[in-house]
Design a protein around this ligand. Structure first.
Ligand code: ZN
Ligand code: ZN
Length: 160
């Protein structure tokens, strides 16, 4: 199963558009990575780490997908990614730079030649997603998100 519920059906463009309309919180990690959103992940049900996404962020869209940075759930909806991979849910690879204490993620590959940290240029190491590692700092962020239950407080929370 590899941590992903294989019964999750393909995501239509209509559903993706509806999820894009869902307004809510945005979180900024100290390393500048943005994540957030009011929707629960279709796979792990965690709120605050899952959301629909598009590439590029502005201009003509070439890729529509949705992703969770807590469990690694990824699903292509339309465009280049869908054409390459199809619409079945899969798991991305979690990456970590111990020099900079920063997190990143990448599509699965056959060879572990992961990209380099944009700050120190050391190669990222593969780590477990927070859903599989209780000591992962995202678990502490998840606990803080659960504490922020009032909707008016769920806008642009910054964890510094
Ligand atoms: Zn998830
Ligand atoms: Zn680094």
């Amino acid at each position: 199963m590899d941590g992903i519920d294989e019964t999750i059906v393909e995501c239509s463009e209509v559903q993706w558009a509806e999820e894009m309309e869902a307004k809510g919180m945005v979180f900024t990690l100290p390393n500048g990575y943005l994540f957030g959103g009011p929707l629960p992940c279709p796979n792990c049900k965690t709120i605050g780490f899952y959301g629909p996404r598009r590439n590029p962020p502005e201009g003509e869209i070439t890729r529509k997908y949705r992703a969770c940075k807590f469990c690694g759930f990824w699903q292509e909806v339309w465009g280049s990614g869908y054409n390459n991979r199809g619409g079945k849910a899969f798991r991305c690879v979690a990456l970590y730079c111990s020099t900079c204490n920063s997190y990143d993620w990448t599509l699965p590959k056959d060879v572990e030649d992961y990209k380099s940290c944009s700050t120190c240029h050391n190669q990222f190491k593969r780590i477990d997603w927070a859903s599989d590692d209780p000591t992962h700092v995202f678990n502490e962020i998840k606990r803080q998100i659960i504490l922020l239950t009032k909707p008016e407080k769920l806008t642009a929370v910054h964890f510094e």
